[in-house]
Write a protein that binds this ligand. Structure first.
Ligand code: ADP
Ligand code: ZN
Length: 655
């Protein structure tokens, strides 16, 4: 009897295509094949095989599958299901989903050439807190867990021991990290424990390296995969455990198409395979905290392993007269403390969440702000003697002439990391200062180098949020947090959460060694709950307060959120299309309070980027209405090619 194969053809088409498999032809599900399409041939993957008489007979004669593509892997049913789910969830074609999950991988013969090596480190004897959590997790299977533990409380040791249990049962483990820069450290931890069974996947690998790692996983030689977001797609056989460390980090969301969230992909994979899922963080996201409520598997590690207390956090009121001099970035309190620790040969970290020298270029005569014409946003002055737009990254020559009134009165005000650096160097000429931000840290090796330099040879490290996470330095006893008000002021419902996390994370860098540490936060919003809770290390109070606000206003995680972003150089065209979207949604997705609520379309908070005006439409909906929303989005009215429109399922930013 003839069979019919459904094929995911490597073309951007919305559905699978059917082909016939001639009598006796040996093809299997998951195999890559060559098929005729139109007048040419294409590659594709067999996603299903049916007996001819089991399915509805098509009205046309099916073409036959031509041949097997030998160089390509055979995809497991689990991966095929993942591709299907991914394409459905993120409203992309099956082939786009395939490209994101599998990419252009080839089978290789040389995947097992590298030397095998065994473990070289024995596990720590877990303390009582750790042991309770390890047992609780290992006693369950197919459940989600959240480990909320302050920095240095021994979460990594728990990951390693739970992973060891799964590996001993011949199960696969995926260990996700938020940042490539943090991968080497964690990879070392895992390699020391598990030897050559560890594979690493990340975007800095060469094609060959990536293919070899992929093949090692595919052939079952590597059972533990360590990597950032995209490692969630690793073709692990017999998956048993997925861990997301620092789960609150924004980098778990891909910020270009397809805009997936690693958490969601992880949830799908563990549900399909009955695996265990662990989230870990010192400052878990409200999304994960609420999701975990259903299972009750929320554990706490209250103490650092070395019993070092968490640093004391002092708030400095920026409105207050304590600020010694209006033009200075620093309060007298912070300066005094800096002086003290420097005299003791200890180190300090200063967080300044904005790069550049001066973030506002404004005319002192006519008050007009000197903006990037493409984005209508003030240029930032950089020490390289350039203006740069921090939205579109274009630069402009420096000038003191106001384009509005023509006077030579442009002033460079506002602060950035470069200004902090210059001021500090002035105040402490003998201190060795390292600055880390995107301007001088383009590659992973730049970061490693600067961090090493700080550890061995410098006194103060200034940086943007790049320096807030995961780092361990013995001698840091003072952390200063500047400019947190900017983070708090972003018109995004997650702004307080980000500010809280940022303060807590960077504070966690202080006092990790023998000496106690302390933290100074300069703010104009002393009473804000995000700041006040951070001051007292009170993550649970923050989360409760945040939950209350979000549930009152019906924001995630109490509703599902989808955004539609439209952009166009022509404002009129944009408004016309926005009106069409509004009409369409009114028709097919009428609003019902707490079921479907639609905000906009309206001008986005970032109204213009690179000459493109932007509109945003937010659809808040209940889980029960997800499918209706999906159908409405699939049927969006067509837009002119000059207009860009994309859908973000579960956006992490609404700017
Ligand atoms: P976290 O991941 O929560 O920041 P880590 O797991 O990295 O914390 O632990 C912090 C430090 O404590 C590490 O140097 C680790 O090797 C050590 N450590 C963890 N658990 C134990 C333990 N049970 N006994 C002794 N040292 C431990
Ligand atoms: Zn710009």
């Amino acid at each position: 009897m003839n069979k019919v194969a459904s094929i995911l053809v490597h073309r951007n088409v919305p559905t699978h295509y059917s082909y016939s498999l001639e009598n006796g032809a040996e093809f299997s599900v998951g195999e890559h094949v060559e098929v005729p399409i139109g007048r040419s041939n294409a590659k594709g993957v067999i996603v299903r095989i049916d007996d001819e008489n089991e399915i509805e007979k098509p009205s046309y004669t099916l073409k036959a599958v031509l041949s097997t593509v030998q160089k390509k892997p055979i995809l497991s049913q689990e991966i095929l299901n993942l591709i299907q789910w991914f394409s459905d969830t993120y409203l992309i074609s099956p082939f786009q989903a395939y490209q994101c999950i599998i990419g252009n991988i080839k089978l290789r013969k040389d995947w097992n050439k590298s030397a095998e090596f065994g473990p070289e480190e024995i596990p720590h004897h877990p303390n009582k807190e750790q042991l309770d959590i390890i047992s609780a997790i290992c006693d369950t299977s197919g459940e989600e867990h959240l480990i909320q533990g302050v920095t240095g409380s021994g979460k990594t040791e728990i990951y390693l021991q739970v992973a060891a249990k799964h590996v001993s049962e011949n199960k696969g483990v995926i260990m996700l990290l938020p940042e490539i820069a943090l991968t080497p450290q964690m990879r070392q931890h895992f390699k020391k424990r598990f030897g050559s069974q560890v594979a690493v996947l990340h975007s800095n690998l060469s094609v060959k390296e990536r293919e070899i790692e992929w093949n090692r996983i595919y052939h079952g030689a590597a059972k533990i995969i360590v990597g950032p977001r995209s490692a969630i797609f690793a073709p692990v056989e017999n998956l048993g455990l997925i861990i997301l460390d620092e789960e609150h980090e924004g980098s778990y969301k891909q910020d270009n198409q397809p805009r997936y969230l690693a958490h969601s992909v992880a949830r799908f994979r563990v549900q399909e395979t009955g695996s265990t899922l662990i989230f870990g963080s010192a400052t878990p996201s409200l999304d994960t905290v609420i999701a975990i409520k259903e299972t009750g598997n929320h554990y706490h590690l209250h103490h650092r392993v070395n019993q070092k207390p968490l640093p004391k956090i002092t708030l400095i009121d920026k409105c207050d007269s304590l600020i010694n001099d209006k033009s200075s970035v620093f309060s007298q309190v912070l300066l005094d403390k800096l002086e003290t620790i420097l005299s003791k040969k200890e180190k300090a970290i200063i967080l300044m969440n904005r790069r550049g020298f001066a973030s506002l270029i404004v005319c002192q005569k006519c008050q007009k702000v000197h903006t990037c014409p493409g984005c209508d946003l003030s240029y930032t002055y950089h020490k390289s003697r350039k203006f740069q737009c921090h939205r579109c990254h274009t630069t402009a020559p420096i000038t003191h002439t106001c384009s509005h009134c023509g006077k030579n009165t442009l002033a460079f005000v506002g602060q950035g990391t470069q200004k902090v650096e210059v001021e500090l160097q002035d105040l402490f000429p003998n201190a060795k200062i390292i600055r880390i931000d995107r301007d001088n840290t383009k590659k992973e090796s730049d970061l490693t180098e600067s961090l090493n330099e700080f550890e061995t040879n410098a006194d103060i490290m200034i940086g943007t949020q790049m320096i807030a996470k995961g780092l361990h330095f013995e001698d840091v006893t003072l952390v200063g947090v500047l400019g947190i008000d900017t983070t708090l002021a972003l018109p995004d419902f997650r702004a307080p959460e980000r500010a809280f996390q940022l303060i807590t994370q960077v504070a966690g860098r202080a006092g990790r060694g023998r000496k106690e540490g302390e933290v100074v936060v300069e703010t104009r919003q002393m009473e804000h709950y995000a700041i006040a809770c951070a001051q007292h290390h009170d993550t649970m109070r923050f989360l409760n307060q945040e939950a209350q606000f979000r549930s009152e206003l019906w924001y995630p995680p109490f509703c599902e959120l989808t955004s539609i972003i439209m952009s166009c150089t022509n404002k009129g065209q944009l408004a016309t299309y926005a009106a069409q979207i509004k009409q369409h949604l009114n028709n097919v997705l009428p609003e019902v309070p707490r079921e479907v609520e639609i905000l906009g379309p309206q001008a986005a908070p970032f109204e213009k980027i690179k000459n493109h005006y932007r509109f945003i439409c937010l659809i808040k909906h209940s889980k029960a209405r997800t499918n209706d929303v999906r159908l409405a989005l699939q049927a969006l009215p067509p837009h002119p090619t000059s207009l860009r429109c994309f859908i973000d399922i579960d956006p992490r930013s609404v700017l």
